[in-house]
Ligand binder design. Structure first.
Ligand SMILES: Nc1ncnc2c1ncn2[C@@H]1O[C@H](COP(=O)(O)OP(=O)(O)O)[C@@H](O)[C@H]1O
Ligand SMILES: [Mg+2]
Length: 256
């Protein structure tokens, strides 16, 4: 396959929003108005010593100067796709994921956000730059250990808990119908606590905070899926939206 006169290795599977192509040790992805900000942020992370995220390489714009595609470094490792393999549900994965998330959040401190354009809204308090899709499907693994994180398109300023709660919904997991090979809700409190302990013992949030924000997060994801379904004419995203809302209602009932 050829693109911009260059031989590409073909589409990478796993994502559900973008076309992603690998070209040697780089990837080419769809870009948007937020791409220059995301590239500046990825460079900032590298300066802060986070070398396990994609390195920004280039932005390809159309004649009007609008970003159309981006090139990033390929992060080595395997990114699991759905249905997630058994080993993703180990306690070690949630512990290591929470530790990496903490490092990412801490490294974002001081990022200059004047003039920034983000794809996702900013949420208060804007404590850190949230990844907004930090979950196994955006983590690179080697022998069951996390070695990298990808897909920073949705990042934007927000509270640490916004990412922690989302990570919990995906990895504990928190929801009405966990995958067949996933731990059941009987393990949820214990696994949420593993996340909180691994993120850091200075954190003053608990189970109820995680569930409260997870409810909000799930309905927010449902809205996003409905919006994308309309934009991209993909009806399966409407089913996804219904599932998010269903999980949100289930967790809200659990809190009561
Ligand atoms: N920088 C990267 N390094 C390694 N693999 C990548 C990288 N970017 C994307 N991929 C691969 O492409 C797939 C889809 O990319 P992703 O950025 O997650 O897009 P989407 O927004 O569609 O989820 C990922 O699951 C992963 O396998
Ligand atoms: Mg992805």
């Amino acid at each position: 396959m050829k693109h911009l006169g260059e031989e590409l290795d073909g589409p990478l599977s796993g994502g559900n929003m973008n076309m992603v192509y690998r070209a040697g040790d780089t990837v080419v992805r769809d870009a948007g108005p937020w791409t220059p900000t995301v590239h500046r942020y990825l460079s900032y992370l590298h300066l802060a010593g986070i070398d396990w995220v994609p390195r920004p390489i280039a932005i390809m714009s159309n004649p009007s100067g609008e970003p159309e595609q981006e090139r990033l470094s390929y992060v080595p490792g395997d990114v699991p796709a759905y249905p997630l393999p058994d080993w993703v549900w180990s306690d070690d994965v949630i512990r290591e994921g929470a530790q990496r998330l903490r490092r990412l959040h801490d490294a974002s401190l001081g990022f200059a956000s004047d003039g920034a354009i983000w794809q996702s809204p900013t949420k208060i308090p804007a404590e850190v730059i949230c990844h907004n899709d930090f979950a196994p499907h955006n983590l690179a693994f080697c022998d069951g250990r996390i070695v990298g994180a990808i897909d920073f398109d949705f990042c934007s300023p927000g509270p640490r808990l916004w990412d922690i709660a989302y990570f919990a919904t995906r990895t504990v997991p928190l929801g009405a119908n966990p995958a067949e090979n996933a731990p059941g809700m009987d393990q949820a409190r214990r696994r949420v606590q593993l996340i909180l302990d691994a993120y850091g013992d200075d954190l003053v949030i608990g189970w109820d905070d995680v569930v409260r924000v997870s409810v909000i997060r799930l309905h927010d994801l449902a809205d996003l899926s409905r919006q994308k379904a309309e934009e991209l004419h993909k009806s399966h995203l409407l089913d996804e939206a219904r599932a998010y809302d269903h999980d949100g209602h289930y967790l809200a009932a659990l809190r009561r």
